[in-house]
Design a protein around this ligand. Sequence first.
Ligand SMILES: Cc1cc2nc3c(=O)[nH]c(=O)nc-3n(C[C@H](O)[C@H](O)[C@H](O)COP(=O)(O)O)c2cc1C
Length: 162
Amino acid sequence: MIDFKPLTTGKALSFISHPVAIITVNDGKKINGMTAAWVTQISIEPPILCVSISPKRHTWKMLAKVEYFGVCMLAEGQEKIANVFGTKSGNNVDKFGMMDIAPFMGAHKVPLIPDSLAGFVCRKSHQVEQGDHFALFGEVVEAWKGPEKRPLNWFKSGYHLG
Ligand SMILES: Cc1cc2nc3c(=O)[nH]c(=O)nc-3n(C[C@H](O)[C@H](O)[C@H](O)COP(=O)(O)O)c2cc1C
């Protein structure tokens, strides 16, 4: 017997497993970051990442002013960072300050989260509006590696370790 049942679209979409990342930005006046699960690699050569960001995010407004942004892939033990960066807005709070995170400054003064699995500095290439989000594409111009740890993933509305 085939085990395949109908499900609402929203519930079925929660079965897509995503990495948990922090998208970072420095507009010259302040730094900010937001949690994003909708992050993926699009191309090997040149290396291109794509992140899906709602225009409601303060990060999106800051991204409009800059050429470069950061993508930090979170690891086990960084769930609290994911929660704070994913629930508070840089419009009201300094998330780096409240989490006591001294950012590692990558190329073009893009802040990166120390001890993430990997950190990328990307140059904005294209953005495409799709529904209520924008797909932002960025070519990786610099990459860093953190400690060997298990990746933090987002699946069925909860954190899991890969
Ligand atoms: C696990 C998790 C994943 C998230 N993924 C995304 C995402 O892919 N795109 C997005 O626009 N918001 C996403 N969010 C919501 C933003 O991180 C959240 O609205 C954040 O507070 C925005 O911060 P900002 O206003 O400083 O930009 C996610 C939140 C969590 C907790």
